[in-house]
Write a protein of this length. Structure first.
Ligand code: GDP
Length: 432
């Protein structure tokens, strides 16, 4: 999906605008100063088109941190988005922070749409018109809270936003796209440097910016791979506030572009909530997954026992992900990364022919019929794989299947087909 990023100072009404655009679907939680949100991506629909909104405003820094945080937002938006919605509070006018962002936005060829928010009635429209001075073209006057002007704005957005994300379009048939993810200091840059060696080719054109390149093309195992958002790995950002949110944004940005994620986990320390959050973001994105347990050289026998226990307890829900035990420092088992990536991507791409799938369903339901519930026994009429990347199945049934029964089907599908490294979805449609 094409990506629209929302950028602007704290308090200009970004969350209200996002809520207005996504409707009641999954409202953005109200901002509380100093508190960061977890969620950054939202699915939006307008005039029969879908796109992803990335809300960069998840943290509200104090006055001292504003420039840094807003600059970080703008930078991510520029890396990631197909278009940027830059929100200014029309009742306040452009501040020096706004001008700072404008300078960054001007350095990109990404389309920027300027929004003057809080224009609650017609008498305030001159406030928005004053924003012409920012040099970003026509300001769109809206009231996010009352909805005024938002429909016109969205109509305009759709004329600017491409049908398909530029990244996805460019890459059809190109090198496969890999995101290296993980919390700070787990060894992402070490891994990148060690695997890339001297073969690194920096990909320059894609962000269409005059800034650092964001992706790198690397030859591994005789093939080219595109490592996305390597700039985000190499660049160290020093934010006193909002560091977690920034990390989540970067992770989501990388996932948006990637097909497969390598989540790097440092085995020398206990597996943490942060590690699990990153795995959750991958699951939510539907991308393929490889788990890289790094710093294996630091593992002693005692820690090793704990590690295996932690993996069993905290990561059992992704036991299908290929696992590599590596050391980015010594180079141990780095050659195992490529086969793991290939396996995960092959699973992610899998298509099961409908005939085969239905023969299998018939077998499963015979072996293990759905239990009778309230005198009724829902039956699976037939099924089909509706999509790949990741494999997504639809079962047409005569009634609601127990969650337990759906889990049984999912588990058996995995036992039969493996799908190592790929999430799979099993959905249900009840035929009346
Ligand atoms: P990043 O923040 O995830 O990119 O992590 P870095 O690649 O910067 O690594 C953080 C620290 O861990 C550095 O001091 C690395 O030298 C060290 N490191 C990375 N991989 C390994 C490893 O496999 N073994 C050991 N012993 N140290 C490692």
């Amino acid at each position: 999906l094409p990506v629209l990023a929302i950028v602007g100072r704290p308090n200009v009404g970004k969350s209200a605008l996002v809520n207005r655009i996504i409707g009641r679907r999954e409202a953005v939680v109200q901002d509380t100063p100093g508190v960061t949100r977890d969620r950054v991506n939202y699915k939006a629909e307008w005039a029969d088109r879908s796109f992803t909104i990335v809300d960069t405003g998840g943290w509200e820094p104090d006055a001292k941190g504003i420039n840094a945080s807003v600059a970080a937002q703008a930078e991510i938006a520029i890396d990631l988005a197909d278009a940027v919605l830059f929100v200014v509070d029309a009742t306040v006018g452009a501040t020096s922070t706004d001008e700072h962002v404008v300078r960054m936005l001007r350095a990109t060829r990404k389309p920027v749409i300027l929004v003057g928010n809080k224009v609650d009635d017609v008498h305030q429209e001159p406030d928005a018109a004053a924003l012409w001075s920012l040099g970003l073209g026509e300001p769109w006057p809206v009231s996010a809270v009352h909805g005024r002007g938002v429909a016109d704005l969205l109509d305009h957005v759709l004329t600017i936003l491409p049908e398909i994300s530029a990244v996805a379009k460019e890459e059809v048939g190109g090198p496969r796209r890999v995101a290296i993810l993980g919390k700070p200091n787990v060894g992402k840059s070490s891994l990148l440097n060690k695997t890339a060696g001297e073969e690194r080719v920096v990909v320059n054109e894609m962000a269409g910016t005059t800034r650092d390149p964001v992706d790198e093309q690397i030859e591994l195992g005789g093939k080219f791979w595109r490592f996305v958002d390597t700039a985000g790995i190499r660049r160290r950002v020093n934010l006193s506030q909002g560091a977690d949110f920034y990390a989540t944004l970067r992770t989501s940005a990388a996932l948006e572009k990637a097909e497969v994620a390598v989540v790097v986990i440092d085995v020398s320390a206990p597996i943490s909530v942060q590690d699990l959050k990153i795995v959750d973001l991958v699951l939510e994105s539907g991308r393929a997954l490889v788990l890289a347990y790094n710093k294996w050289d630091l593992l002693d026998d005692e820690r090793r026992v704990y590690l295996e226990r932690e993996i069993e307890q905290d990561l059992s829900h992704v036991s299908w992900a290929p696992r590599v035990n590596i050391s980015a420092k010594t180079g141990r088992h780095l050659e195992k990364l490529v086969p793991a990536l290939e396996l995960a991507l092959a699973s992610w791409d899998t298509r099961i022919p409908t005939g085969k799938f239905n023969a299998l369903l018939a077998e499963l339901t015979q072996e293990h019929p759905h239990p009778v519930r309230g005198g009724k026994q829902p039956r699976i009429l037939f099924g089909t794989q509706a999509a790949s990347r990741p494999p997504t199945f639809v079962l047409f049934t005569t009634g609601f299947l127990d969650p337990q029964y759906r889990r049984f089907i999912t588990r058996r599908l995995r036992e039969i087909f493996g799908f190592e490294g790929s999430p799979i979805n099993v959905n249900m449609r009840v035929r009346e």
